[in-house]
Design a protein around this ligand. Structure first.
Ligand code: CP
Length: 317
């Protein structure tokens, strides 16, 4: 994979070598992210951080990553404050914004929107999440976290046992992560979801064709047993036709410390792309796990800065 000047639209662009390159550069970004070292390598460069759908960590961590490399950030945080609300096309928006920016990160609720935008852009574009399709930088930071967590436990990614829990139908982070994990060897996937929110056949076939074992379950307790990683997700209510359609799936799977203690291994790592829905009717990952050392969710968010710095560094050579 040639990173220089490339758009990052899907994890399908990555092979194992490209992933290792991202991780190698991410490892080197630690001192800059921790302010032990300072670089101004992107001084004068502008990131267009175009988020047309809500975001906390993706938007802010991409912005921080750019700032830590010395650049400036200009951003949009919703459709209604942009000219998209006045009927402007992705083509025109991309032509305009790419005249103001050295790189663009874009998030939008429509699947394929970032591809359409990138086709018209004069600068590299990174997909910050397009509908329920893909979230490539999230999957890279998740895999980077998995690699580190497993290394701490004397294991690798090959032969990993992972339970993916929750809304696997609409969760774009899961879609991208499954594709990346499929590049490794002999993994065991347990897909825990209500049947209506199961991972689509297209993804399941892709995982199986890559030589991995896949089991489907609608039971949290049995689904998480023996897992190295339990990756919990939120019901993606914004993708359902109505909020009421999403309500019936909220709270079906709730992982808390007591279930963890009874059913997980003592070393099982708990991950979540976040945001976790902490409202009472959902609460898929309880706050009572916050002090559990195997809860890796805030290590994931910290790693996001390193991985996003690495993507900028590689794309801009
Ligand atoms: N994981 C993730 O995409 O979070 P945000 O929606 O806060 O960006």
């Amino acid at each position: 994979m040639n990173f220089v000047g490339s758009h990052i639209l899907s994890v399908s662009q990555f092979d194992r070598q490209a992933i290792e390159k991202v991780f190698e550069v991410a490892d080197k970004m630690g001192p800059f992210a921790n302010r032990q070292r300072v670089t101004r390598v992107l001084e004068g460069a502008i990131l267009g951080n175009m988020f047309f759908e809500p975001s906390t960590r993706t938007r802010v961590s991409f912005g921080c990553a750019w700032n830590l490399l010395g650049g400036e950030v200009r951003e949009t945080t919703e459709i209604k404050t942009s000219a998209l609300a006045k009927g402007e096309s992705f083509y025109d928006t991309a032509r305009v914004l790419s005249g103001y920016s050295d790189m663009i990160v874009m998030r939008h609720q429509l699947e394929g929107s970032v591809d359409e935008f990138a086709a018209a852009s004069r600068v590299p574009v990174i997909n910050g999440g397009d509908g329920s399709n893909e979230h490539p930088s999230q999957a890279l930071l998740d895999l980077y976290t998995i690699r580190k967590e497993m290394a701490d436990r004397g294991k690798g990614i090959d032969e990993l046992r992972i339970a993916l829990v929750g809304d696997l139908r609409y969760g774009r982070a899961v879609h991208s992560l499954c594709k990346l994990l499929s590049l490794y060897n002999k993994l065991h996937f347990t897909l825990v979801s209500p049947p209506e929110l199961a991972l689509s056949d297209e993804y399941i076939e892709g995982i199986r064709e890559a030589g991995h074992e896949v089991n489907l379950s609608d039971q949290l307790q049995s689904g998480i047993q023996h897992a190295d990683i339990v990756y919990v997700t939120r019901t993606q209510e914004e993708r359902f036709p109505t909020p009421e359609d999403a309500d019936k799936y909220k709270g079906l799977f709730r992982l808390n410390q007591s279930i963890y203690t009874e059913y997980c291994e003592p070393t099982t790592v708990i991950m979540h792309p976040m945001p976790r829905d902490s409202r009472e009717d959902a609460n898929e990952l309880d706050n009572d796990m916050n002090e559990n050392p195997n809860l890796a969710i805030f290590r994931q968010t910290d790693n996001g800065v390193l991985v996003r710095m690495a993507l900028f560094a590689l794309i801009l050579d």
